[in-house]
Design a protein. Structure first.
Length: 319
């Protein structure tokens, strides 16, 4: 397997890790939604629904939202720190495999560097804690707005529940919106963590350059498509690093011996055996692709999400 093929396969595994973390964080959101609906049920059971009463109820809901995201914060940081540790080990193992360096000579990122990578390095202009705070506030605003609109239209708790879930015609759905935004935040944070752990580990081991490698399909942004194949120096203060936008799937690959890669994900897929192709695309996309349809979307198969421990066994990384 070529160096590029190894890194692409690993990037696909990382998308599975992104899905795993999204699912684990989603449990907090599901519990929060149940609690908010219970608060509405209790708070609106009384016939007394003055503006002051409604505002007091909304403030209680805000406390609940804030507390939930305060719990999500350290949970997400811990998961990202574990991913960062895995990625520095994978990067080191990769370097030992494709270069003449002894494995004992490869430098791993320290625990403090891994922690700083997760908590202090910004992505898309904000550090992780700011993303979490902003998402908490975004949910508060959308829930307050939807509840006030519903009450203003005479809706009962059952109807408010449908509105918040996005089941009312014309209503955006505060719960649905929050889930989508939180998922984008988590996937973007995973991409950032993976790429930064790679860059810093490669830089520590005197790799001087990296190449941007985008997913070239119908979902690829113009920014990522335009940067695909570009080469930057690891420590260039003007370097461009993914993620370039929310839900970014672009990765970096090290440039060794001053030989950039010329393959794309599509090229890589064609070189794989049928089992790998099916696992990457899923049964339906695989059939379309084999029948001659263009590659529509190159995403992880959510039916094959591994734990970090399972991934370590698959890739030979000690956890």
């Amino acid at each position: 397997m070529s160096r590029y093929d190894q890194l692409v396969k690993h990037a696909i595994y990382m998308r599975g890790q992104s899905t795993r973390v999204v699912r684990e964080i989603a449990v907090y959101l599901q519990d929060l939604e149940v609690d908010i609906l219970a608060q509405l049920e209790n708070g609106l059971s009384s016939p007394r629904k003055s503006p002051a009463h409604i505002n007091a109820l909304l403030r209680q809901i805000q406390i609940n939202i804030n507390q939930t995201f305060e719990e999500i914060g350290p949970e997400l940081k811990g998961k990202l720190a574990s991913l960062a540790e895995y990625e520095t080990k994978y990067a080191a193992t990769f370097l030992a495999t494709v270069t003449s360096q002894d494995a004992e000579d490869i430098v791993l990122l320290s625990r403090s560097a891994l922690t700083s990578l997760v908590t202090d390095n910004p992505f898309d202009g904000k550090i992780l804690s700011e993303w979490i705070t902003d998402q908490s506030e975004s949910m508060r605003r959308s829930v307050w707005q939807q509840v006030r609109l519903g009450i203003g239209q005479g809706e009962d708790v059952s109807q408010l529940s449908k509105r918040l879930k996005g089941l009312t015609e014309g209503a955006e759905g505060a719960f649905k919106l929050n889930r989508r935004q939180t998922e984008a935040m988590v996937r973007t944070a995973v991409n950032h963590t993976s790429n930064e752990a790679f860059r810093l580990t490669f830089a520590e081991n005197e790799v001087e350059k990296y190449q941007v490698s985008a997913v070239l399909d119908s979902r690829t942004s113009k920014t990522c498509a335009g940067l695909d194949g570009k080469v930057f120096r690891m420590n260039d203060p003007k370097r461009l690093m993914p993620p370039f936008h929310p839900n970014c799937r672009t990765i970096i690959v090290p440039v060794l011996d001053d030989e950039p890669f010329e393959s794309t994900y599509g090229d890589w897929l064609k070189r794989q055996d049928e089992s790998t192709q099916r696992n990457v695309l899923g049964p339906a996309r695989f059939r379309l692709w084999k029948s001659g349809e263009p590659l529509g979307s190159f995403i992880d198969n959510e039916g094959h999400v591994l734990t970090l421990e399972q991934l370590g066994v698959e890739e030979g990384i000690s956890i």
